[in-house]
Design a protein around this ligand. Structure first.
Ligand SMILES: Nc1nc2c(c(=O)[nH]1)N[C@H]1C(S)=C(S)[C@@H](COP(=O)(O)OP(=O)(O)OC[C@H]3O[C@@H](n4cnc5c(=O)[nH]c(N)nc54)[C@H](O)[C@@H]3O)O[C@H]1N2
Ligand SMILES: Nc1nc2c(c(=O)[nH]1)N[C@H]1C(S)=C(S)[C@@H](COP(=O)(O)OP(=O)(O)OC[C@H]3O[C@@H](n4cnc5c(=O)[nH]c(N)nc54)[C@H](O)[C@@H]3O)O[C@H]1N2
Ligand code: SF4
Ligand SMILES: [Mo]
Length: 742
């Protein structure tokens, strides 16, 4: 297929597969002008055949992204002194005056700890980097956290503990070489569709060359193609992994040479695994001993095992331990650092990987560095031109700790950017109350009507993907340049430019004067030299000329000659050079079911919706695929609680209640129910699943257990609607005037 006239190449702004897109201008020779739902000319997307990660493939979200870009945009800054008032437009000049005044007064009266920012894996790397330099360097607070705390932080912590550093060691080509693929806590078919199609194609072509194992309490589109589906009890994965290790150890199914030469901590792990007999494991996980044995045999006899995981593993109060348990199996059998093998975390958001590289969590600094490491702090203080001691030596507040700080009246300013916490954080009533207490909530947002905007004082219009230049890194460590090919609507600005301007006005003229985002990237890239995530040889210019590249890519690297895999030499970035076995006892769920709340609610995603629906709800085809949220419930539970298929059900937890139409199905385990996360209170079919969820988290990664809360269900007579208060807040959002954006 020839390149379309005037088209540009970019990375898809949705999931972490990071497919290449080719974007075509509204007018194409011989074709009617493409228009969005409002009749405005729009760019259209198709798969980019030249992108090495996706080879021309694309899913329905990527293919329809053009329809989302111009509608319902926030075009001008808006301010109100209190939530009772409607928003009024204000100038950028007045925005900066207000922010400079408020930040200066907080710094003088309470110190930088009363300022916090909550960002997103949907930033470009440049946005992430400038936010770190601004908060951690210029303002002197580590209170920057991102929605990756809800997403990838257990993977970050798990990789770091077991292997010595963050960084997925595998690549997508491994899907073509593995003999066994172990999918645990991932609904790849709906959430990483292009990767799933790659697997499926192979399975269809050569069914005997690949065995698919799926571990998920639900039967999903992913488990449909599984040779073995282990429908474990929610939260029992660590026991499962120890039980598999037990059988591998007993059956001589391990790689003794690898264990001897490349690992440490084996003895403690082996004695822990010895306790997880098949009988005990099967009982704990609610599966058969026969299936357990079959999987252990398969794994230890295969010469290439690839495991893929995402939120079913990370969103656990023992998320880091489960990641460790999974890596243990790879170490035990030497399944790492070779084609078709390794522990591969599927990143959720399009640039959550870039965020990790840029230091976008409250304990990190750019270049996979840590705030607790004195050398790392000094390196950055020097590079950035701040006095020694400017960067705090203790981690800042995590996402949930920022909420608690607002509750306690300890924050003067909460700055939210490219995330919609009033749908996606757990225990939503507490978040709403906390935000209502905070004197100044700033929200950088691309769209006009989001749940979080309802609780903001200052709304800043963000130029989004397609309107700003920057890079993103996908799950296989591949960096893609994303060009600006449309004008931002109204006065919208890229997130990084908002912070750089503010920093300059606060007196950091020298540190924040950039001519372009290319310069921002150049500065960041230089800081990664010699680190595991070395991108010092990359630049906007190189990525534009040579196309997407995988890291490590140090200065002088040859484009295209990429390091597909990490750890091929079996040397790990730990002090001893050896990877570490982790030995932790399973603890189960933070909030187990009980007599009053006898069911476990798990919350996840639908193929055609993206998170809080600010974009996907604007696409008719996607809305038609999933017009409303459904409660999946097993026939036995439905009978027990009087729920009928298609009937309205009330779902209650210790924290609140919602209603949803029930879908009675034996696809889900008895005792477990499922709701999608997508429908917030601004949606006509509102179903705030996170009203029900708790915030209890993994002690290491601080990632909340967003996959399990105890609930009770009952037939409902009427739909739970957003509260009067929220309806009022929605009415006070800025009005939108179609601005012919294209
Ligand atoms: N269509 C679509 N795709 C997306 C997204 C989206 O919003 N929509 N979001 C992106 C993002 S940011 C992310 S993080 C990823 C998430 O991608 P996934 O993690 O694949 O998606 P989820 O649906 O959140 O959860 C995956 C599965 O975990 C299972 N699960 C629940 N509890 C347990 C348990 O105790 N053990 C095990 N083994 N499994 C369990 C659920 O039943 C569910 O099927 O998707 C990305 N891709
Ligand atoms: N119970 C439960 N809760 C969950 C999950 C779960 O599985 N279960 N998953 C969690 C996970 S993994 C994730 S990643 C989160 C996702 O949750 P969120 O991050 O809240 O979801 P999004 O809808 O992607 O929010 C992104 C926001 O940024 C806006 N935006 C887009 N581009 C830009 C830009 O360039 N700049 C700015 N300033 N704004 C922009 C969008 O319009 C949107 O409002 O949800 C988490 N919450
Ligand atoms: S699989 Fe993910 S990255 Fe690829 S087109 Fe779909 S949403 Fe975009
Ligand atoms: Mo995520």
């Amino acid at each position: 297929m020839a390149k379309a006239s005037g088209s540009v190449r970019s990375q898809c702004p949705y999931c972490g597969v990071g497919c290449g897109l080719e974007l075509m201008p509204p007018a194409q020779p011989g074709r009617a002008v493409s228009r969005d739902a409002e009749g405005t000319p729009m760019w259209t997307a198709r798969g980019d055949r030249q992108h090495p990660s996706s080879l021309g493939q694309v899913c329905i979200k990527g293919a329809t992204v053009g329809e989302t870009l111009g509608l319902d945009r926030l075009t001008h800054p808006q301010y109100r002194a209190s939530l009772d008032e409607p928003f009024e437009p204000i100038s950028w000049e007045a925005v900066f005056d207000l922010l400079v005044g408020r930040i200066r007064s907080t710094l003088a009266s309470r110190g930088p700890g009363a300022l916090a920012m909550y960002g997103s894996g949907q930033f470009h790397t440049e946005d992430y980097y400038i936010a770190q330099k601004f908060l951690k360097g210029a303002l002197g607070t580590n209170n920057f956290d991102a929605n990756s705390r809800l997403c990838m932080s257990s993977a970050v912590a798990g990789y770091s503990r077991s292997l010595g550093s963050d960084g997925p060691p595998c690549c997508y080509e491994d899907l073509d070489h593995c003999k066994v693929v172990f999918l645990i806590g991932t609904n790849t078919a709906e959430c990483h569709p292009v990767l799933f199609q790659r697997l499926l194609k192979r399975k269809r072509r050569q069914p005997d060359s690949l065995t698919i194992v799926v571990v998920d309490p639900r039967a999903t589109e992913t488990s449909k193609v599984a040779d073995i589906h282990l429908a474990v009890t929610p939260g029992s994965d660590l026991a499962l992994l120890h039980g598999l290790a037990h059988l591998m150890l007993r059956g001589n199914g391990i790689d003794g040479d690898f264990v001897d030469e490349a690992t440490e901590g084996f003895a403690a792990f082996a004695s822990l695994a010895a306790e997880w007999t098949p009988e005990r494991t099967a009982r704990f996980c609610g599966i058969s001993i026969a299936k357990l044995r079959k999987v252990a045999r398969l794994w230890s006899r295969s010469d290439a095992v690839l495991s893929l995981w995402s939120m079913g593993v990370n969103q656990r109060r023992e998320g880091t331990a489960v990641v460790g348990g999974l890596i243990n199996l790879h170490l035990l059998t030497g399944q790492i650092g070779k084609p078709g093998a390794g522990p591969f975390s599927l990143t959720g958001q399009p640039n959550a990987m870039g965020g990790r590289e840029a230091g976008g969590l409250s304990h990190l600094l750019p270049g996979y560095r840590s705030v607790t490491n004195a050398d790392h702090r000094r390196e950055l203080e020097q590079a950035w031109g701040f006095a020694e001691g400017s960067i705090q030596s203790t981690p800042g507040l995590t996402a949930w700790q920022q909420v608690e700080a607002m509750e306690a009246g300890e924050l003067d300013l909460w700055w939210v950017a490219a995330t919609n916490p009033l749908v996606s954080l757990p225990n939503l009533e507490r978040v709403k109350a906390a935000m209502a207490r905070c004197p100044l909530v700033v929200v950088n947002e691309a769209y006009r009507s989001t749940e979080s905007a309802c609780y903001a004082h200052l709304l800043l219009p963000a130029a989004q993907w397609s309107e700003k230049r920057g890079v993103m890194t996908n799950s296989e460590r591949r960096v893609t340049y994303c060009p600006a090919f449309r004008d931002p609507p109204g006065e919208a600005r890229p997130d990084w430019q908002i912070w750089a301007e503010l920093a300059r006005r606060l007196g950091f003229e020298k540190q924040f004067s950039y001519a372009s985002s290319a310069q921002v990237y150049e500065e960041f890239a230089a800081l990664t030299a010699g680190r595991l995530c070395d991108v010092s040889g990359l630049s906007h210019a190189l990525l534009q000329a040579e196309g997407p590249q995988q890291w490590p890519f140090s200065v002088g690297s040859t484009p295209g000659a990429e390091s597909k895999r990490l750890y091929t030499d079996h040397c790990f970035p730990t002090p001893s050079g050896r990877a570490r076995f982790m030995a932790e006892q399973p603890r189960g769920l933070a909030e187990p079911p009980c007599d009053v709340y006898p069911l476990v609610l798990t919350v996840g995603r639908y193929l055609g919706q993206w998170h809080t629906m600010t974009r996907t709800a604007k696409v008719q085809r996607l809305q038609a695929m999933h017009p409303e949220p459904l409660l999946e419930i097993h026939p036995e539970d439905a009978k027990r609680f009087g729920i009928t298929d298609g009937g309205l059900a009330a779902i209650n937890s210790r924290r609140g209640g919602v209603t949803a139409i029930a879908q009675v199905s034996d696809r889900i385990r008895p005792g477990t129910v499922f709701l999608p996360m997508h429908w917030g209170f601004s949606q006509p079919q509102s179903c705030e699943a996170n009203l029900l969820m708790h915030q209890l988290c993994c002690p290491v990664s601080k990632q909340p257990e967003l996959k399990a809360a105890a609930v009770v269900v009952a037939p409902a007579v009427s739909v739970v609607k957003p509260l009067e208060q929220e309806r009022g807040l929605l009415e006070r959002l800025p009005r939108w005037f179609s601005s012919s954006v294209h």
